[in-house]
Design a protein around this ligand. Sequence first.
Ligand code: FAD
Length: 376
Amino acid sequence: MPSTFDVIIVGGGLAGLSSAIHLSKQSLSVLVIEKNSYPKHKVCGEYISNEVLPYLDFLGIDVFKLGAKKINKFQLSTTKSKLISTPLSLGGFGISRFCLDDALAKKAIQNGVNILQDAVEDIHFSNDEFSIGTKNKTTFKAKMVIGAYGKRSNLDVKLNRQFIKNKSPYLAVKTHAIGDFPEDVVALHNFEGGYCGVSKVENESINLCYITNFKTFKKYKDIAEFQQEVMFKNLYLKAIFSQTTAVFEQPLTISQISFEDKKPVDNHIIMCGDTAALIHPLCGNGMSMAIRSAQIASLLIIKFFNSEISDRETLEKQYLREWNKAFKSRLRTGHIVAKLFNQPKIFEVLMQGLKWFPGILPHIIKRTHGKLMRVE
Ligand SMILES: Cc1cc2nc3c(=O)[nH]c(=O)nc-3n(C[C@H](O)[C@H](O)[C@H](O)COP(=O)(O)OP(=O)(O)OC[C@H]3O[C@@H](n4cnc5c(N)ncnc54)[C@H](O)[C@@H]3O)c2cc1C
């Protein structure tokens, strides 16, 4: 493998792999450095907005051939088990990260992308060039680096990013289960201190993924007790968990999930996906934001290598501008909605309002989602 590339992408999740495929279509030399192997399960609700379908098609990925489930209904319940349902105007699909990330990685390799399994430990920028050091003590050089290493990494500490200095109170748990659940529904069931997403993925499994604050969670001895004592007060959750059989031996967990502001360009690195910002999972939009940010970055980087963008500073400013235009408003709405979810009494009143004025919920959903992506 060469040691110098046009573009090095740190992290091979949705953002990293989408941009790798896009850039490789323009014959740029691309290296993705990913610390894990494929396929791998990830903590994620696995409901993706349809807005990404035209772009996935451009990248050569047909999610329905992979078995993705079409989802066009949304259900929302309160901690007291009050339920409302609404059609999803744009809709989405359910597919596991185990399947989708693997398909993207295979497509990237087919397109000539180098994927290296290693962890990036250092990124330095000097003399208009990046130098990247890995855990296995290899050094690579590149003109351009995309940071797509997800929500949180030791790299954030190395890069001295502000958000990593603050503790975050959220943790998340995910499992797949077998049982009855409609294919076309994504449900969001609330419980004290958190919410749980439920939807089907490609292999008939039901994704059960919840996020909660540590303060509520730590009162209980383990996940089973927490689910029993807190989550099952919502009767929808009680029914789903008790009438299905978990597929994973142990649920997957992550902690320290931060929704704080980050810089989409940091240390000259073009940050994509969760490395640039994480929207509250209740919006079901993080994956499409990751994929869309990959498209924005790729289009600009191609212009940079074609000399349509003359210098790095212009590229960085333009990325920032386009990133803000695409995501600022939905991130803001996501924060407001999450705050309301966190206050059960206000949320109960809001739910009553939503029952009386059913047009409001689709409007809120629209505000946390984008339009169908255009392919250029
Ligand atoms: C509980 C929860 C539920 C969610 N549910 C949904 C949902 O239903 N719908 C939705 O759209 N979004 C959802 N999201 C958000 C969604 O999961 C993310 O927005 C999405 O995964 C972002 O993709 P990414 O490519 O930016 O990061 P990731 O998919 O996390 O990829 C980052 C990659 O970088 C690698 N990496 C990290 N550090 C290094 C390193 N130093 N060197 C090399 N590789 C490294 C990691 O191994 C990983 O593969 C949810 C998030 C959470 C927390």
